[in-house]
Structures are given as C-alpha cells and as structure tokens.
Design a protein around this ligand. Structure first.
Ligand SMILES: [Zn+2]
Length: 350
C-alpha cells in the first residue's frame, strides 16, 4: 500500500450499506471492447463482477472487408437479449482522440484514419461509448482491479510488440490536452538511435519491444557476430530469450540493451510522475532477470535522488490478456459516473 492508503476508513452510516450498493449495482451492464492488431474482443460485464457474462473473439483481419462491421457483429454477439446496456468501453491502439472517440490512425487497421469510432457505435447501439488508448486502459485496469489496487500514483508500462504506457496521478488517469498523454514508448532515449515503428529515431520502443530485440540480433548476425542463433526474419523474442538462457552472448546482449534503455526511460518517468508503483505488462516483460537485472542496474545509475526509490514498488501486471477489456470496463464506469446528465443524454443519442 502507498502511504495514503493507510488513512482511516470512511465512517459507514448504514448497517446495510453494502447490501444497498450491491442491489443498485447488480443491474449495471457494460460491454467492453478490446481492438487488437490480430483480434477483436467483446465482453458483457454485469454489476461489480469482473468475470464477463459473455465473451467473444474474432479476427481483426479477414478476407471480407469492413472491420467496423465485424466489430459490430462481435458486440452484438455479447449484447443481452433485453437490450439493456448502460455504456460501451473501448480500448484501441493509438493515436486516438478519447474526447471525440476518434481513431486517428491505428496499426493493422488501414481503413481507420480519422475514424469516428464512438459516434458510429453510438449510432448503432444507442449507448454512450468511451474510447481510449489500450495501454492507458490496461494501466487503469491494473489500478482498479489488478496489481495497482490501493495505490494513488501508478505508472504502467507494457513491453510487447510495441511499448505503451498509462499513468494514474492522484487517483486519476492522466489524459492530456488532446487526450494523447503518456505515449511512454515514444519517449526519445537516444537521438541517434534506431528508427521506431512510428518513423522517428531513438524511441524507447525501438530498443525494448520484441521486434526491436529481434531486429538488433539479426543486424548483429548480419555484421558477423558469433551466436548460436542464425539470421532469420522469423526469429522470435522467445527464441532469443531461450538462447540467452543457454548463455548465448549476443542474445544476452540484446536483452541487456533493452533493459538498459528501459532503465533510462523509467528513471525519467520517475522524475516526471513520481509514482508509488511501476507495473510491467506485456510478453517481453515475462522473461524475468534477462531484462530486469540490466533494467535495475540502469535505473539505479540514473535516478537523480534516492528519494524516488524509497518504498517504490516494481511489480508485474496481474490481469494478463484481460487488462484491455477490464481497463475498458473501468474507463466506462468512471466516465459514466463523471458525465453530467445532459451530456450523457446527448452521447446516448449520438
Ligand atoms: Zn516511436
């Protein structure tokens, strides 16, 4: 628990307070959507239950055109028969505008450029739709339901095919003026570094994502580095990790380099956000000491005052593949509770 988590609980005035809340909450239904590069997922949640009543997955890409139509289909497949749903929460890769519910551009869905996703879904389903960046929502999900419960200041980093982030500051999701804050993977850590998937040089993602680790190994092999690995465009981060665990020097160096740059970035994130907990999600984070030993060494060298590290927790994410869906659920719940009634009416009717 963070230091503010130790304050006295609020006084409970009614003996059956929990029963009243549970009764009212029981009927609340939210559909959560997770738009991924390979899969579209939708789940119906009821009341306070974080286990979905229905859950469906379809492929994002298909021989048939129309990702939006497939998304509508998967949402309809979890929609309750009586039609009563209060809101849709949606997690998507960015960049996007959460205030207008517009996808600006998203990897793997070429047809969605400046695509008004929330208005289109509202038109179809007649409920408010709350869209946000998938990594931000995974952070929100961990804060509400996962490894970050009880903390007021949290930083979440997913290290996977890309590197994404989310920050909770003083119990609120950091959104920014355009709603595009905390793109932590696109932090410049070396202005002369390799080109990132976004096209700009030296971003954290260009050092620490799974494809970046593989790319580095292939480049070094092509320049004659000795290794048990062979040059191979189909090489996976897992194969590199396996080689590293067998003592392969190049594979160890590839993860060491990723951990080093992760430490450079996280030191800056501590200076900027001063979180109580840093949570790591994503597949690359699962390799353990290969990444985190060099990460810790790099972090300790770069934090400019030891105070940032006092009682700082560094934990692994708890929600796994469900982080996006549960984050979308949390975002819809929070957004519903904060919207003025008139705006809620407007959003419900497009
Ligand atoms: Zn980038």
């Amino acid at each position: 628990m963070s230091r503010r988590g130790t304050c006295a609980p609020l006084p409970v005035r009614f003996k059956d307070w929990h029963a009243i809340v549970n009764y009212n909450e029981a009927m609340k239904r939210i559909v959560a959507i997770d738009i991924g590069g390979t899969h579209l997922r939708a789940a119906l949640f009821e009341g306070e239950n974080t286990k979905p009543v229905f859950h469906q997955i379809v492929d994002t890409r298909s021989s048939e055109p129309g990702v939006f139509d497939r998304l509508v289909g998967v949402v309809e497949s979890v929609w309750p028969k009586d039609g009563k749903v209060e809101a849709i929460g949606a997690a998507s890769p960015g960049p996007l505008d959460p205030y207008s519910g517009t996808i600006l551009r998203t990897p793997n869905i070429q047809e969605w450029v400046n695509f008004p996703l929330s208005p289109n879904l509202t038109k179809h389903f007649n409920v408010p739709v709350f869209l946000n960046n998938d990594a931000k929502l995974a952070g929100l999900g961990e804060w509400k339901f996962g490894a970050g419960r009880g903390y007021h200041d949290l930083l979440y980093l997913t290290v996977s095919t890309g590197v994404g982030g989310g920050v909770i500051a003083n119990d609120r999701l950091v959104q920014g003026f355009h709603g595009m804050a905390t793109e932590l993977g696109h932090t410049t850590v070396d202005s002369n570094g390799p080109v990132c998937s976004c096209g700009f040089p030296g971003h954290l993602e260009a050092f620490a994502s799974g494809p970046s680790i593989v790319k580095y190994v292939n480049q070094e092999l092509a320049s004659g580095a000795k290794s048990s690995l062979q040059p191979n465009p189909g090489l996976t981060p897992r194969a590199v990790a396996d080689a590293a665990k067998s003592g392969d020097a190049l594979a160890l160096e590839a993860y060491g380099r990723a951990g080093e740059y992760l430490g450079i970035a996280v030191a800056s994130f501590l200076h900027t956000f001063d979180p109580a907990i840093v949570i790591f999600g994503g597949g690359v984070s699962q390799v353990g000491a290969l990444l985190f030993d060099p990460f810790h060494a790099s972090l300790l060298k770069r934090v400019f005052h030891p105070r940032y590290l006092e009682n700082l927790k560094i934990e692994m994410a708890a929600l796994g593949d469900d982080a996006g869906l549960l984050g979308a659920l949390a975002f819809a719940e929070i957004s519903l509770s904060e919207l003025p009634d008139q705006e809620l009416q407007d959003r419900t009717h497009g």
